[in-house]
Design a protein around this ligand. Structure first.
Ligand SMILES: C[S@@+](CC[C@H](N)C(=O)[O-])C[C@H]1O[C@@H](n2cnc3c(N)ncnc32)[C@H](O)[C@@H]1O
Length: 200
């Protein structure tokens, strides 16, 4: 994969380490002239695939964790009565608030968002789990807080991120959720929608 200008803020590829300087990455977008992960482009395959899968659903509320600058959160607003986007980066959230003033955004980690008492009809996490050391726990908490959870994840052949294989992701997901939809594209991006098995 071609090294994009935002990659250095996320992974140290030479030393195979997670860096996670998301705030700095978003703060430097204008100066360095990039759009992190081309996230504003709704024609990007992950977003298009997600939209194909979700567009016929209707949810009473959606929490979009790791929403970045909010482009997909804004699209989710068309299939939900209410939507909220959270991201660890306050700069990303400031950009999202400026672009989509009708949507509620908040700076929060996945952990913080899932520790709040509020329940959601659906929780969405597009391309986030690889950055969460405790991704299994986060999925567990999401299962306790929502009726549905939707995730997408791109995995390169030898991932530096915390999720190491589709097999381990599927195993955890299937323990917590009844699978509604699964799509694996080009053996590199997985799309999973599940209904929580959590009761009470
Ligand atoms: C690959 S981007 C995906 C952005 C957006 N979901 C999309 O698909 O366009 C991952 C996002 O996760 C956020 N993130 C990373 N770690 C996080 C955490 N612990 N809690 C919340 N957000 C986090 C990053 O700031 C970044 O915006």
């Amino acid at each position: 994969m071609t090294q994009q200008p935002y990659h250095k803020y996320v992974f140290d590829t030479e030393n195979r380490k997670f860096v996670g300087r998301f705030e700095e990455m978003y703060a430097n977008e204008e100066r360095e002239g990039f759009d992190s992960w081309f996230q504003e482009d709704l024609r990007h395959p992950t977003k298009q695939g997600s939209w194909e899968l979700l567009k016929n659903y209707r949810f009473s509320s959606i929490l979009d964790i790791g929403c970045g600058k909010g482009a997909f959160t804004n699209q989710l607003a068309t299939i939900a009565d209410s939507v909220m986007g959270v991201d660890i980066s306050q700069t990303a959230i400031a950009k999202a608030e400026q672009r989509y003033p009708g949507i509620r955004f908040s700076t929060a980690t996945a952990e913080e968002a899932l520790s709040a008492p509020q329940r959601w009809d659906a929780i969405v996490m597009l391309e986030v789990l690889s950055y969460l050391q405790n991704w299994e726990e986060v999925l567990q908490k999401a299962a306790a807080k929502a009726n549905y959870v939707y995730i997408t994840l791109y995995l390169p052949p030898d991932p530096i991120g915390f999720v190491k294989s589709f097999e381990e992701l599927r195993e955890v997901f299937n323990t917590l959720f009844s699978l509604e939809k699964e799509v694996l594209k080009n053996n590199e991006t997985i799309y999973l929608l599940g209904k929580s098995k959590h009761h009470g």
